[in-house]
Design a protein around this ligand. Sequence first.
Ligand SMILES: [Fe+2]
Length: 315
Amino acid sequence: MSTSPVARPLTALVAPTLLERVFEHPERIVDLVDRGAPYKTLAAVHKDPPTVPAAPWFRNFWALGGKATFPGAEEVFHNPLYIEAAKELFGAKVVTPLAMMTNLNAPSPAAPPHLDLPFFRGAHKREVPSWLLAPMGYSGLFHRWAIPMASALTWIYAGPGGEFEYWPAGLDEPSLEISAMSSNQGVMADNEYTYHRVCQVGSRDDFVADNTVPYDATLELDGDEWSIRRGTDELARYARGAIRISVLWKAYCFADESEAHAFTSGVDDLTPSTIVEMFQDDLKRRGVAVDAPADLGGGDLWGETIRATYGISGY
Ligand SMILES: [Fe+2]
């Protein structure tokens, strides 16, 4: 195998770090969030197989593939505070914003600890479906192609719970929490290499039934309240401040121009067929026999096997 032009260590590049006053005009963030309604579930947005119950967690994208995709999001996508913090924390001369998305969490129990969906050279622009990225990350097989990324999570929430909990030395060691967060504060971290989660949001009395919603449920803004609906049925209703809103920003962090060039040159990129071959080789080593897939839709036995072998649910 050739040497990776962009390498990163197996451990987190930075410890999660608090950011103060992230947005110069936080009221514009609230306006963008309002204009994004109605919201789809995270499971539907990521086109996960609809068989798994969906968490009451909703999302839309403000930027993807390095470009703002939601009207009005251009300015916040290139927020200088994010870019300067990423340069400093990650020791990067070149910081290239990649994506930005919202999280709207209804009152719910703590989410499972997880790593964020990873980005790999050759698998960062939807070359493979997002369901496959999580097992690619957890498998550790594709580390050589991993791209150093800064993740910044900024709260637009002042209600109870919803803290950021993380495991700096892995899940077998104790966790730490960044708590007492207030609106317009954020955390910058290496979320693809640091296990983390959202702590319980709100109080138990306010959870939705079974802590799940249908895959095709929507979160709609109705005056000053949020309504979770499925078609014309209302499943739950919350005061505006009861929904934990956060904005997640992701950016490539390159040490310098030559490292950035190595990434964009396409040399030694993964391809979907290489990814399948590498999984097949590893499954064989583990004594798991399954045929290579006809496509990467994930609804077949291969998809089930990959998720069962390398999966930690939730992200
Ligand atoms: Fe996450």
